[in-house]
Design a protein around this ligand. Structure first.
Ligand code: SAH
Length: 266
């Protein structure tokens, strides 16, 4: 693609990279790992080329690649192009699914602005382990592409029972259930939008495995004070579809879906 596309983007930055280093004018930051390979061999970038950098704390900055070796390099930070702004606090708590679908969920949930992903094992979860490094890599890549200023945290996988026992009291939880007494999700969210404490508070969405929740699990969830059981319409959705549908509804009503996209053609 080269540099031709850059003029169309106001910041002049096409490649965005997430890293951990502190970002400030003139700082020299290390470029490491997979992204050195990606910059060099996939994007064919070289010394002097410009990239965008963000670390989840200091906003977004432009930087010039200083040195790009085979396995590591450095970049010199130039100027801040976006300050760090607060983002909605919405967790996606989900029963892990097969590898390709969990990759999909990590990527799409990041695009839809979750602040954390929490894999929880339920009674009918057939997957027995989750590769959190892999989910983290998917989330980083999606955050870079989607112009986010942060990468969602991947919380330590836990059993549903333990997760509920340790549930942070003030975080409201929407449990997606395809049967039984469930309030339509839009109705539950619109009620919450009328209550300032709820609207500005911390939230989570819980989605079950392909086999659904066990009745005993739904009973136990009912006892968690901040739980609302919600439905996503009459169709039975696959777990990944249900997660994305619920996240999109939440963003539209309580999240940042009301903000206009920036004028990227300017
Ligand atoms: N119980 C079904 C399917 C489970 S679907 C079975 O036994 O095959 C997987 C998960 O997606 C569910 O646990 C639920 O969290 C969510 N889900 C699917 N369709 C839904 C709907 N219409 N409303 C709310 N949640 C839904």
């Amino acid at each position: 693609m080269g540099n031709e596309g850059e003029a169309e983007i106001p910041t002049g930055v096409v490649t965005r990279l997430f890293l951990d280093a502190a970002l400030a004018a003139d700082a020299v930051v290390p470029l490491t790992g997979e992204r050195v390979h990606y910059l060099r061999n996939v994007l064919r970038r070289a010394s002097g080329d410009r990239v965008g950098l963000f670390n989840g704390r200091d906003g977004e900055w432009t930087a010039r690649i200083d040195r790009l070796g085979k396995a590591e390099g450095t970049a010199v930070v130039e100027r801040q192009i976006r300050p760090q702004t607060p983002e909605p606090d919405l967790w996606l708590v989900f029963a892990p699914i097969k590898k390709a679908r969990i990759d999909f969920v990590a990527e799409k949930a990041t695009e839809l602005g979750v602040s954390a992903l929490w894999p929880v094992f339920t009674r009918y979860t057939s997957v027995t382990r989750v590769n959190t490094d892999r989910s983290r890599a998917n989330a980083v890549e999606a955050a870079e592409q989607t112009e986010r200023l942060s990468v969602p945290r991947i919380l330590q996988p836990a059993k549903l029972q333990a997760a509920m026992a340790a549930w942070p009291g003030e975080r409201r939880l929407l449990v997606c259930a395809e049967s039984g007494a469930a309030q339509p999700i839009a109705q539950a969210l619109e009620e919450a939008a009328r209550d300032a404490t709820a609207a500005q508070g911390a939230w989570a969405i819980l989605v079950g495995p392909e086999g659904g929740f066990a009745p005993a699990e739904l009973d136990a969830l009912r006892k968690v004070a901040t739980v609302t059981r919600v439905g996503l319409g009459p169709r039975v959705l696959r777990a990944d579809t249900a997660a994305l549908a619920a996240l999109a509804c939440w963003q539209a009503i309580l999240g940042d879906g009301s903000l206009r996209p920036p004028d990227r053609a300017a």
